[in-house]
Design a protein around this ligand. Sequence first.
Ligand code: MN
Length: 243
Amino acid sequence: MYAPRLPMSRDYLMPPPPTPSAAVDGDARRFALRRVLCVGRNYAAHAREMGQDPAREPPFFFAKPADAVFDAQPSADASVAYPPLTENLHHEIELAVAIGSGGREIPSAQALDHVFGYAPALDLTRRDLQKAAKAKGHPWEFGKAFDRSAPLGALVPAARSGHPTRGRVWLEVNGELRQEGDLSELIWSVAEVIAELSASIALAPGDLILTGTPAGVGPLVPGDEVRGGVEGVGDLALKIRGG
Ligand code: MN
């Protein structure tokens, strides 16, 4: 008779890595993370500030490792060391979407049924490494997918927040407003992003989608106090430490 084997530690050469996870607002249990998938240039004003044409071309995606995510809800007193090999660390405040049930080729009309909840996230970016990679036609990987590059606020279950289609997306550094936009300005909606992604790869519970950042991205330096949020979803807070 078939008996599935539990992943006991004796099956591994060394202890398996911890499961990356996110805090859930109002629930002691955590949301186990699988992949972090990010949409590039999904607000016209940000596309323009990056020197790109904001025409509605098909969305494009990149990824971060799930273990780049860490708790940055205001109560977490989170901080991150200034990362190595960059002199231009940028903030990008974004709406994050947590996938609760997976699938492939999900039609956009059904896409929101697959959402567990929403959180504010930062897509921390080593802009100088990203630009250098772009110029050489190399992958962006290390401009985006570095350690602790995805601070995340607490997830709010969609059962409570609903599926926000408008709401202010904002970020302040040391109390000064740097980024401001509205979810209604997304070039590709959450439902469309899920449909596009699931046409390319199978989505599964634990996937987290960062939906792109509004205009106003800019540099962070050690000592900076960052606060940001998405109206109707929640806030995050983060301090930048010396490297
Ligand atoms: Mn981004």
